[in-house]
Design a protein around this ligand. Structure first.
Ligand code: AMP
Ligand code: GLY
Length: 418
């Protein structure tokens, strides 16, 4: 069986390493992949968003199964295009991917189906949005979100009216996030621990994976700019059995049902970004895909074969699979380029990768040439370790992190010290 994985980050590397355990698979191909992925799969130079390039390749090379991992190809209908050609794949179609690609869609869905989330208003007109934040209805801080995909950067927390006006101007007039900012959501600021729950769903049932905790800010102590994620621990210590039961009943199942009722059942990995507020768990965001770096911490804990689960999602037979997890803890520490998430250098040689030790090194932004790995992105590597207790996972992960070097390398030293 030939399997193609679309994408090029640490998440895709983690998916590929899990798929490699299945001996039904004769070849794994990544489009476009990265330096580290090239050691585990054949990388082909086709961009993740190139629908024509991918569909032609899949037909010519007789690929049996495609995993569409990143948000962009899902949002532009990669799965629809592949299915039209009769190719089996993992991931939601374009209509279902709106749960991530349009915040207006997802907020309206939650309101209609009574799924707990922050109170909000939507706007497509700058003057109306400005009048609204100047009115007595609004209590600061408020959260302003661009409707569309913005690489996780389209969210502004405005502490006061001045910051709110600035954010509206930047998003709606200056179009800092392009057309993503034509429509916006203004919502209530919530507080509480954040939890990520990735789930498998075939559109009929939903099976949550082990919970996790991302560390989104660039610096220790949750300081500095938001990033794509600087580290993860799993399971999330705040996510008790009682809270999990509430989430299943009030959030997970109602979301799957809601998508079905709206005529766009969701098949794939649905990401629930939750906040545990004093008034119960609420949805902060949905993503239509595996999270990154969450996947790098969660998939190494999976005991059941990943391809078998994915195929059961595609075939809408998820209820026939018993998904099991290791009774262990996991931690992933991200090594980033100095300066990320703003500007940073690339093309720097990485040394010490032979010291993987007891950890797993996932590559996020690397290329391999002349026997050396070089940096190519903001997030460069994700170092994951598993152990029987949280302290040991962190010790093992940091032991490997400290042996890997590249100029300006930056990582948080407080992952898991919540
Ligand atoms: P999002 O892209 O929607 O996940 O937002 C990015 C981050 O902004 C989240 O992980 C939260 O830390 C924060 N955030 C988003 N919405 C809210 C909210 N309503 N209240 C407080 N923080 C929020
Ligand atoms: N780690 C956050 C995300 O994948 O969106």
């Amino acid at each position: 069986m030939k399997v193609l994985v679309i994408g090029s980050g640490g998440r895709e590397h983690a998916i590929i390493k899990s798929l490699k355990k299945n001996n039904k698979i004769s070849e794994i191909i990544a489009a476009p992949g990265n330096g580290g992925i090239s050691k585990d799969a054949k990388c082909i130079p086709i961009k993740a968003n190139d629908i024509t390039g991918i569909t032609n390749y899949v037909t010519e090379e007789k690929i049996d199964y495609v995993v569409v991992a990143p948000d962009d190809p899902l949002a532009i209908g990669m799965v629809d295009a592949l299915e039209e050609k009769g190719i089996r794949c993992f991931g939601p179609n374009k209509a279902a991917a709106r749960i991530e690609s349009s915040k207006v869609f997802s907020k309206n869905l939650m309101k209609k189906y009574n799924i707990p989330t922050a109170e909000y208003e939507t706007f497509s007109d700058y003057e109306k949005a400005k009048c609204y934040i100047e009115s007595d209805y609004v209590k600061f801080p408020i959260v302003i979100k661009a409707d569309g995909l913005a690489l996780g950067k389209g969210v502004v927390i405005a502490e006061n009216l001045e910051e709110g006006r600035d954010a509206l101007n930047i998003i709606m007039n200056e179009k800092k996030f392009g057309d993503s900012g034509s429509n916006i959501v203004i919502e209530e600021f919530l507080t509480g621990p954040e939890v990520t729950v990735l789930s498998f769903t075939d559109g009929k049932i939903v099976v949550p994976m082990i919970s996790s905790m991302d560390h989104k800010r660039i610096f220790d102590g949750n300081k500095g700019l938001n990033t794509g994620g600087m580290g993860v621990i799993a399971p999330n210590p705040y996510y008790t059995k009682e809270i999990a039961a509430i989430c299943e009943k009030t959030i997970f199942l109602p979301t799957i049902e809601a998508m079905k009722k709206e005529g766009c059942p969701f098949k794939g990995c649905l990401y629930f970004g939750l906040m545990l507020t004093q008034n119960g768990p609420k949805v902060i965001e949905y993503n239509s895909r595996f999270g990154d770096p969450e996947t790098q911490a969660v998939l190494p804990l999976l005991e059941t074969d990943l391809l078998t689960i994915m195929e059961s999602v595609t075939d809408e037979k998820l209820e026939s699979i018993d998904i099991r997890w290791k009774d262990a803890f996991s931690a992933c520490v991200v090594m980033a380029s100095g300066g990320y998430p703003e500007s940073y250098k690339t093309g720097l040689p990485i040394s010490g990768l032979e010291n993987e030790g007891e950890a797993i090194v996932f590559h996020a932004g690397t290329e391999y040439k002349s026997d050396t790995f070089f940096t190519t992105g903001g997030r460069v590597l994700g170092i994951t370790a598993i152990a029987e207790n949280p302290r040991k996972t962190l010790e093992k992960a940091y032991k490997t992190v400290e042996k890997i070097k590249f100029e300006g390398a930056h990582y948080r030293k407080d992952i898991g010290k919540y």
